[in-house]
Write a protein that binds this ligand. Structure first.
Ligand code: PAF
Length: 275
């Protein structure tokens, strides 16, 4: 595995790799969810590139940019074991020169739900992913289902900006008790960790209620009742998987979505309804 830190170095390293090339962008602190993305890329594509970059532009004021877990040495070993050919680990300066001023606006798709709570978050995500796609030039982009709205935003960006890239969404990996794997789970204390799987249970309750024919409001109320009382829900809803607009009743190609705070840690999760 070749590790590169400059865009020019990355292009050079990637130029000689056989195609198709799969790409997995990450912010590091890799867990089984990321490894599932890397393994799927390894199975489907001839060559695999990954990136590790904690992107300051997608964190708002007072968010966890400074304390976001960083584990470069372990990440490097995981990437090597997963068969990554080229690992791009740029410095903030390499991605954002001092007078950087161009950004990618994700449009209305990025304004609701996570975008309403984290204004500018999806501008940061769309901008860095477009920059990474320009550097890496992959044939396929692998994204985790866990960040459902991010998948919708990035599918739209890839389509709107004519990137000749297939976007592959890889299913969420969960702990045995249902908690979706996330780098932010590391922030949870024992009590919060015990309560956190109720977010998944709330989404299951919401989905089941809708599938049983309950009105959406009643189904959402059931989700709130299922969430641990110590948690604070930000939202529960059902949205179209591509447009991320609310739908009622439930139909295929939908996400049942939810976000809640356990202490100071905000977790998001979803169920993907496909059939
Ligand atoms: O999902 C993430 O880890 C990040 O949002 C991404 C896609 C790597 C962009 O920084």
């Amino acid at each position: 595995m070749q590790i590169v830190t400059e865009p020019s170095e990355a292009r050079q390293a990637l130029a000689s790799l056989p195609r198709p090339l799969g790409f997995v962008p990450t912010m590091g602190a890799l867990h089984e969810g990321h490894l599932a993305l890397l393994r799927q890329a390894r199975r489907r594509d001839t060559s695999v590139a990954a990136s590790i970059f904690v992107n300051p532009m997608q964190f708002g004021q007072g968010e966890d940019f400074e304390r976001y877990p960083r584990a470069v040495e372990g990440d490097r070993r995981h990437c090597e074991a997963a068969g990554v050919d080229v690992l791009f680990v740029p410095s903030p300066k390499a991605m954002y020169p001092a007078d950087f001023s161009t950004s990618v606006d994700a449009g209305a798709l990025g304004d609701a739900y996570e975008g309403a709570i984290r204004p500018e978050h999806f501008r940061g995500v769309a901008t860095i992913v477009v920059k990474l796609l320009h550097v890496i030039g992959p044939d396929a982009l692998y994204l985790g289902q866990k960040d459902a709205q991010q998948t919708a935003v990035l599918r739209r960006v890839v389509r709107d900006l004519n990137f000749p890239i297939a976007v592959e969404i890889v299913e969420t990996v969960r702990e045995a008790d249902g908690l979706a794997l996330s780098s932010r789970n590391a922030y949870l204390n024992e009590r919060e960790r015990a309560a956190a799987p109720t977010l998944h249970r709330a989404l299951v309750a919401l989905r089941d209620a809708l599938q049983e024919g309950a009105p959406k409001e009643a189904a959402i109320a059931r989700a709130h009742q299922t969430l641990d009382p110590s948690a604070k829900a930000d939202y529960f809803d059902v949205v179209d998987a591509l447009t991320f607009t609310p739908i009622d009743p439930l139909r295929p190609e939908a996400f049942v979505i939810g976000a809640a705070r356990f202490g100071t840690t905000r977790l998001i999760d979803n169920l993907w309804i496909r059939t």
